[in-house]
Design a protein around this ligand. Structure first.
Ligand code: GRF
Length: 190
């Protein structure tokens, strides 16, 4: 058994997909950490009966908030942290405390279109091949070592909503599976 904590800021469709995958596994999704008080992911956590914690960033005191998050990760004995639409950049210090054990999902084929508008930028590029990247988090923005990339081929005239739906489906199909595999590996090493 290994323990996961998810960090998210938005709707939480990936959070839900991860929770459902882990429910049928020996591993535990211990908690959600969210930085936005009105994020829908908080409601999802309540519905799924998963403890949720708000980590509010006050002004520029990123290190203070990260200290709170690190205590939570310690409290839950997190073996792995999965960012799932977490809209904050983590400090070098934070990442060094969990080196190699923080994953992220990004809605583009990195290194193309990093940043908060990955999906919009991919769509607007006109590229025919679009996709997702699951990677280990390092100090850069969406620059860490790639674990898995999956792509779709854009059909002619597909609009943004249609593409977004397919990209999210790709995320839900693959991110929970990658997380599960990593947790299995951690479990064996423990
Ligand atoms: C996903 O598209 C993910 O790739 C990006 O943020 C989005 C989060 O969606 N990092 P959701 O909150 O999981 O629905």
């Amino acid at each position: 058994m290994a323990d996961l904590v998810v960090m998210a800021s938005g709707s939480g469709s990936n959070f839900k997909a991860i929770a459902e995958k882990l429910a049928n596994s020996p591993h535990r999704l211990r908690a959600l950490i969210c930085d936005k008080p009105d994020a829908y992911v908080l409601e999802r956590a309540a519905l799924l009966d998963i403890p949720a914690h708000l980590a509010l960033y006050r002004r520029e005191e990123r290190a203070e908030t990260e200290k709170e998050i690190l205590s939570l990760l310690q409290y839950y004995k997190a073996d792995l942290v999965a960012l799932a639409g977490y809209m904050r950049v983590l400090t070098k210090y934070f990442i060094s405390r969990f080196s190699g054990a923080i994953l992220n999902i990004h809605p583009s084929l990195l290194p193309k279109y990093p940043g908060t508008r990955g999906l919009e930028d991919s769509f607007n590029s006109g590229d025919t091949e679009l996709g997702i990247t699951i990677h280990v988090v390092d100090e850069g923005v969406d620059t860490g070592p790639v674990i898995l990339q999956k792509s779709i081929v854009r059909a002619k005239n597909e609009n943004f909503d249609e593409i977004a739906r397919r990209i999210h489906q790709l995320e839900h199909d693959h991110y929970p599976a990658v997380i599960l595999k990593m947790l299995d590996g951690i479990d064996i090493e423990k």
